[in-house]
Design a protein around this ligand. Sequence first.
Ligand code: AMP
Length: 301
Amino acid sequence: MRFIDNSMLKIESLKEMTGWSNSVHCDRQKIGFVPTMGALHQGHLSLIAAAKKKCDLVVVSIFVNPLQFNEETDFVNYPVDLAGDFKQLEELGVDVCFLPTKESMYQRLPLLNLEMPELIDCLCGKDRPGYLEGVMLIVAKLFNVVKPDEVFFGQKDYQQCLVVKRLIEDLNYDLKFNICPTVRDESGLALSSRNRRLSPEGLQLAASFVQILCSLRRRLQAFLSSYPQDKLLEKSGGSVINLVKFKSDGEEILKTVKGVKLEYLEICCADDLGEVVENRKVLVAVAFWVEGVRLIDNLLV
Ligand code: AMP
């Protein structure tokens, strides 16, 4: 199936993709899979590098999934740069770039509706109805076609990671889930395909917002370690920590960045997005708008 010069295969057909994977598995080779929506940047490339390290062969999909956009304009304006993407993937030595068409992935509008209320009725799932349901469906479809041994997702989309991890468990997919750290530019701003839609001023505003978020995390760290020890000792093993005031103060501070609109600040348990509980990792997550572009970020404490 591979070209003699070892160049990257570009596969559009679902049947051909599955055929390639089956032949690879016959040779007992491990497939690492990185699903993306294209307009690739160093964040995507870090997932590919992780996949290359752990697996024999790497498949990267590029598919802008219409079902996970709750706003038509966001879908229409989503950046596309296939030529640039192919160049980067070839340079990295990716084995297959899988480019399914919309018609092949969705022959008809699906009747199946996957739900996971405990994990999706909060954070981005609350503000973008249909987004995580759309993610679950496309990820399940891609896993069925690509048949990977390991998959690689970015911490930047933290809620998506939890949902996909649980989907793998609930549907008994025989594959290993890997979460990779968020890649940032030198200002601290998380890389995102949507950053391409920002002007230099917009990028600066987003960066200053994220810098405030980092200072909030430092304050939260200090707050949690100074949380009255007697309270923690009293109810060892799972007492809920009250962060209402901390959160509302944080919201006020983040709202002071002119030109940036805060959509949400959430501070929750990193395991299940529920209430913050002692001895468990805490997630600080934000969604915000700059120049009409919605960005997200998160930090773990
Ligand atoms: P997307 O193309 O935005 O759907 O993202 C594809 C994958 O890349 C997802 O698993 C994202 O979480 C991941 N990703 C996006 N941005 C970053 C980043 N800055 N650092 C690490 N991973 C990222």
